[in-house]
Design a protein around this ligand. Structure first.
Ligand SMILES: [Fe+2]
Length: 240
């Protein structure tokens, strides 16, 4: 790229080489994500092509999709048998904050995310905050876990930066969906993601991939020059 073309360039393609995907629904046939082993293996091959190094498989656990850690581990072993490629596979869960979650938290029957086993990926309804949200965050922390909120930019009940700052002050980590920045979930979510990113509030990034097309969208995405640093520093994603 010449000096002058660089000066006038406003967006940059991202390079996923070495990236860790912290949120996806690739474990087959257990939730609303990928439905069969053949598709899961094909998607992991596409991850290899994109240079992605590691992935946390995060199937839903919620009252409507009552997966158990035990049943998910069994399915995970089956996937490990079928996929022998270079992407490092890890199993966790995306835990909906509902009464099933509170029961599992009480029994410590959970699938944490991250190598230290001390973080829990949690989600809530898109429309309403869970009852006693703040108390639930404290309960998670008192069990020795850090709560990592999946796609905070997608919740309608979180609106102002102040709402987000309150959660951060309570010790909640934020995981951004990469597709939020593309407008995939609409302009409001895109704007919130841009704001949270520019405020440096995200701790992790993930695809939240439910099907192969989502990876194609992410591979085509472009980011602004002001987003380059935070992508590199926080998510280990470089630009080409
Ligand atoms: Fe998800």
């Amino acid at each position: 790229m010449s000096f002058f073309s660089g000066l006038f360039r406003t967006t940059y393609p991202i390079n996923l080489t070495g990236f860790t995907d912290w949120h996806c629904h690739i474990l087959p046939g257990v939730d609303d994500g990928v439905q069969n082993m053949t598709d899961s293996v094909a998607i992991l091959k596409a991850y290899e092509d994109a240079g992605i190094a590691e992935v946390w498989l995060t199937p839903h656990i919620m009252e409507d999709i009552p997966n158990t850690p035990e049943s998910l581990m069994k399915r995970f072993k089956e996937l490990q048998e079928c996929y022998r490629g270079s992407v490092k596979l890890n199993l966790a869960a995306e835990n909906m904050i509902d009464s099933l979650f509170l029961e599992r938290l009480e029994k410590n029957d959970l699938l944490p995310i991250g190598n230290d086993g001390k973080t829990l990926l949690v989600e809530t309804s898109y429309f309403n905050a869970p009852m006693k949200f703040s108390e639930t965050i404290e309960a998670i922390k008192s069990k020795g876990y850090f709560p990592l909120l999946a796609h905070p930019e997608r919740y309608n009940y979180l609106d102002s930066l102040e709402d987000y700052r309150r959660l951060k002050a309570q010790g909640v980590l934020f995981q951004m969906n990469l597709m939020s920045l593309t407008g995939h979930y609409g302009p409001v979510v895109k704007k919130k993601a841009e704001e949270l990113l520019s405020e440096g509030m995200y701790d992790r990034a993930g695809s939240d991939l439910h099907r192969k097309e989502h990876l194609d969208i992410i591979r085509r995405m472009k980011i602004s020059s002001s987003q380059k640093n935070v992508f590199n520093r926080t998510f280990s994603i470089t630009t080409e």
